[in-house]
Design a protein around this ligand. Structure first.
Ligand SMILES: [Zn+2]
Length: 190
């Protein structure tokens, strides 16, 4: 039977605990996760859970999902959403006076994210932002349809690097550590 680390929940052989460093952001991050992403081994949200303090994951098919989302929104003074909608503004041109204290991101493929966007009409009333000049992704163990797409961890790190003064380097380091494990001995690859 495969042994799992009690803390990071990765297989014991690829335990990432030594690479986890806590990141404290002032801005809260909520990721709405598509149910199909929850058990995906290469999903980077599990890394965010280990390292990011001011962070919540809401899985879209949980029965109290709607209540939890409404709660998160009601606790924030100036919530915003990262989604490339027809009316989204470039995050890079964010006005500091907008004082966003919560960013919501969607975790799934482009198609899944579009579905989540359509189903969660509460988000349509929030200020919306997209990445105009995102950094190159260094996440290479999972292929996506679009060359320019970031992992969810990278999208969160980029959002915080633009909107918060916290150092997001530990997030990137953790993602790199995960990739090194996957690219290691062939028994670790899928
Ligand atoms: Zn561990």
């Amino acid at each position: 039977m495969r042994q799992y680390c009690k803390h990071c929940h990765f297989p014991a052989k690829t335990c990432l605990c030594s690479a986890v460093k806590r990141v404290h952001s002032t801005v809260k991050v909520v990721v709405i996760q598509h149910p199909k992403e929850v058990h995906h081994a290469k999903n980077t949200v599990r890394l965010l859970k280990l390292s990011l303090q001011n962070f919540t994951v809401l899985v879209e098919d949980e029965k109290d999902f709607r209540t939890q989302l409404i709660n998160c929104l009601s606790l924030a003074a100036h919530p915003a959403v990262i989604y490339p909608s027809p009316s989204s503004q470039p995050l890079e041109q964010i006005n500091r006076a907008s004082n966003h204290d919560l960013f919501i991101l969607l975790d799934g493929s482009w198609k899944q994210a579009y579905g989540m966007w359509c189903r969660n009409a509460q988000l349509h009333h929030l200020p919306q932002y997209h990445f105009a000049t995102p950094p190159d992704s260094t996440y290479s163990i999972r292929h996506t349809q679009r060359a320019k797409s970031l992992s969810t961890l990278e999208a969160v790190a980029y959002t915080l690097s633009v909107s918060d003064s916290c150092d997001v380097t530990p997030l990137h380091n953790l993602q790199n550590a995960m990739q090194v494990h996957w690219q290691g001995p062939s028994e670790h690859q899928r």
